[in-house]
Design a protein around this ligand. Structure first.
Ligand SMILES: [Zn+2]
Length: 118
């Protein structure tokens, strides 16, 4: 009798029997789904943590609704320039990176303009 041999997606054990079988049993299936969900949550949590930290940095540097700061101040606070909630382009072609209720724009080489929506 011809058998399809593949491996359990969770524990790697060799499976036999039905060709559409992916796991040894329900335990392995549940564990695998739990593992995938956990990895997923870990990634989302790490992105959220960066977003919140970035916002806190903008908040701490903002004195007003419009504040011009030195870029190195953000760098010193470990601001992550790659993570934002959205990007906004003005009609004049200026690009603002948005972090919740704050937005910023790189001005020249050394400065950053921070805006607070309120
Ligand atoms: Zn298994």
């Amino acid at each position: 009798m011809l058998e399809n041999r593949s491996n359990c997606l969770f524990c790697g054990a060799v499976l036999s029997g039905r060709s559409d079988k992916k796991y040894c049993d329900d335990n392995c299936r549940n564990n695998h789904h739990y593992q995938l969900k956990k990895d997923d949550n870990t990634f989302i949590k790490s992105v959220n943590a960066i977003l919140m930290k970035n916002r806190e940095i903008l908040k701490s540097l903002s004195a007003n609704t419009k504040t011009l700061v030195m870029k190195k101040e953000l760098v010193a606070a470990n601001f992550n320039f790659d993570v934002m909630t959205s990007v906004y382009n003005t009609r004049k072609g200026l690009e603002y990176k948005v972090l919740y209720d704050y937005a910023y724009r790189i001005v020249g080489e050394h400065e950053v303009l921070i805006l607070k929506y309120c």
